[in-house]
Design a protein around this ligand. Sequence first.
Ligand SMILES: Cc1ncc(COP(=O)(O)O)c(C=O)c1O
Length: 451
Amino acid sequence: MSSTGRRQNVAPPVGVPNDLDAFWVPFTPNRAFKRAPRLIARAKDMHYFTPDGRAVLDGVAGLWCTNAGHNRDPIVAAIQNQAAELDYAPAFQFAHPKSFELASRIAALTPGDLNRVFFCNSGSEAVDTALKIALAYHHVRGEASRTRLIGRERGYHGVGFGGISVGGIVANRRHFGTLLAGVDHLPATYSREHQAFTKGEPEWGAHLADELERLVALHDASTIAAVIVEPMAGSTGVLPPPKGYLQKLRAICDRHGILLIFDEVITGFGRLGFAFAAERYGVTPDMITFAKGITSGAVPMGGVIARDGIYEAFMRGPEHVVELSHGYTYSAHPLACAAGLATLDLYRDERLFERAKKLEPHWADAAMALKGTPGVLDIRTVGLTAGIDLASRPDAFGKRAYEAMERAFHDHGLMVRITGETLALSPPLIVSEAQIGEIFDKLARVIKAVM
Ligand SMILES: Cc1ncc(COP(=O)(O)O)c(C=O)c1O
């Protein structure tokens, strides 16, 4: 150790202990996890395998991302070949061919004139990118007073400062200061009283979009740049949009010159039975953020798809000058682009989005069969997702769901995700009807065990 207390290594250290201490596990209660770690060593198709070879059925597509299933051969081969051919090309002032190819393929999947794709490396970066494009768009058009951003309570938009500012999950916000100035929030769209045990989009709740008119009246449209919502709020526990809600938001944004951003980091690439939720709901936003399913989770990638008019608004001024001063070293990384192209091929060739659509009724019935299980307060389904709310233990919010996740993994060979007291499910789109049965059979046993 030096006088500053730092180790001075002149060579890579040898004999470093291989234990659980050094890694600070993200979004995880580290002490509980390290007492009984849930370790995963490999994966194939619908299954994970623990280091001792135990199979675990993947009920959540990793983290809502491995939509094509795990370690699919064409994606693995594409990554291997790309690594051997071109490891990296500078993301600024230079580009490689696959980035253009992938952008075109993504644009072809979107509705309307959502044709311009900006790449980054995660959902959080995608959200910050979209918010920055919205602010800059109004600026270059001479409406620089439009600086206010509107999110929604219970919204999740990743963990960047932009994302947590427009996000509405208090645990993700309360430790991090005052966040971005000038942000306001719409109310969440969920009401157990009016919506419990609904399959798909609930009838009640479209009127909550009118709250945007209230915010416009309060702040004035001339100060508002954009509204960002998840078409289906996933991370907060699967909240499908009320019927007509997104259409109303679109109409209000149009009336007041406000950009509408759909955060499709979860809903993109087939999760709701369509390439994007925008298509399912027949509502075209001004920008879509995506990540996760673009590479089926195999290589980090995210991005923003913007309407032609947004891109074109920036294409002015001297041609040698950068139009949007934004980007990441690893934007459109060659490995991610190769993985993305192979993933889109798989989605197309195996018709996986259609498959999700066809499976939705069966999936919803299987989930709803848990209704009546003691301690189950609500079940929501849409596309290949489900949220199951459990009753809390007295004075220990979230403990029952945590135990359910532990037991599912250790005792029943099932991976589920939890948020608060909600169990969330979103299997790879290759899931079979038999595996859907297996997921909910296991879950019924897990829920009984923690009651
Ligand atoms: C809607 C939404 N936006 C953004 C993110 C953040 O993505 P990432 O974790 O890749 O930064 C997520 C992650 O779950 C998400 O669900």
